[in-house]
Ligand binder design. Structure first.
Ligand SMILES: [Zn+2]
Length: 59
């Protein structure tokens, strides 16, 4: 089994609770705004993390 870094895919996660249940709400003049369905966080700041293709994204 080779171990090489995969560019795979990345997911957006909530900076507050770490959930990947992030949706982008209407972008405004200031840019995109995101909404976390898990903790109701809303803001422009989200974390982007890489996940392996065979891995599970955070809940
Ligand atoms: Zn959250």
């Amino acid at each position: 089994m080779r171990r090489r870094p995969r560019t795979g895919r990345s997911v957006l996660v909530c900076p507050q609770c770490g959930s990947a249940k992030i949706v982008q709400v209407a972008g405004m003049i200031t840019g995109a705004v995101y909404h976390c369905l898990a903790c109701d966080y809303q803001g422009a700041l989200v974390l982007e993390i890489d996940v392996p293709e065979d891995g599970d994204p955070p809940a």
